[in-house]
Design a protein around this ligand. Sequence first.
Ligand SMILES: C[C@H](N)C(=O)N[C@@H](CCC(=O)O)C(=O)O
Ligand SMILES: [Mg+2]
Length: 349
Amino acid sequence: MQIKDVKIVHKKLPLKKVFRTALRTATEIPLIEVEISTNEDTIGRGTTSAAAKVTGETTSSICAAIQDYIFPSIAGSSLLNVQQILHSITTSIPKNYSAKAAVDMAVYDLYCKSLQIPLYKYLGVYRTKLSTHMTVSLGEIEQMCCDAQEAVNNHFSSLKIKAGKDFRHDIEAIRQIYKTVGNSVRLGIDANQGWKKRDAVTAIRALQEIPNIDFVEQPVVAHDIEGLKWIKNRVDIPIMADESIFSYSDAMRVIREDAADLINIKLLKCGGIFPATKILHAAESAGIECMLGCMMEGPISIACGAMFACAHKNITRIDLDSLYSLRNFTLPSYIYYGEGQIELKVNHD
Ligand SMILES: C[C@H](N)C(=O)N[C@@H](CCC(=O)O)C(=O)O
Ligand SMILES: [Mg+2]
């Protein structure tokens, strides 16, 4: 079976409510669907989305990178050489990880179709149930408390609270959310690069009085690995690297410099399942647990993320909540996406 053609379609998926972080405000998901076909007319599907403020990639840049660089690097290849294909995607053009992710997922889909098995069987299963965080967007404190309570009412047992606009506001918002939802809910804080390093230490030390804060994610600007480490060495709450790690080499730098306690891997941020596996194994070797996170993204990539998370012991935290913001979506029949819980309905044949 040989890779023959690519088709790219983009569309906008409106969100039920505004998604707001320290970096950006989104009212829709700009979804890009990629279909790769073979000489036997088998079709592999992958999707990605553009979040330029986070990744630097727009819908147009993603489409152009796929059309002009990524797809040409694998066109004509035999699927038997799937490892070569996946490697070629990573070296086809520097960066452009969201674009690469869609092609990577489509190739995995094609390969699994050629073997006539679902992706979860190819990756293997370590667990079948995932308990996902639900994000509380940045906003007025009263609204954030309402959103947090609504998520808890809807059976979410861990919340990711967005912060990073103003550290005094953030401390107050998190304290009020804690008062609202209490001790039984695990809290993650995501500053999305918004704090200065000294303010981050002040905020995190103030928040240490709250017993159920599990981690603080990306307190400072992505490139400031020294700052990340400086904070990590001064606080008791674990520090998670998110935007500081796109590629495998970013991960190796953070690991070498001992700059984070945890790593957030997202398929759309690192280039798909192939590079995500490498990052995961590097982290595991260094004793660093990982979260499997997501961008504001669509069903195909969330399904791939869920199957990837189910395959790996070292993924100890899940943030695959973007589909809860959509009015409707379709997932493969073997993935149950319930409130707070994602489940793989495995077939033991
Ligand atoms: C959607 C998910 N819960 C999340 O917060 N992901 C990102 C930001 C995604 C985006 O801006 O599209 C994160 O920073 O963890
Ligand atoms: Mg984050």
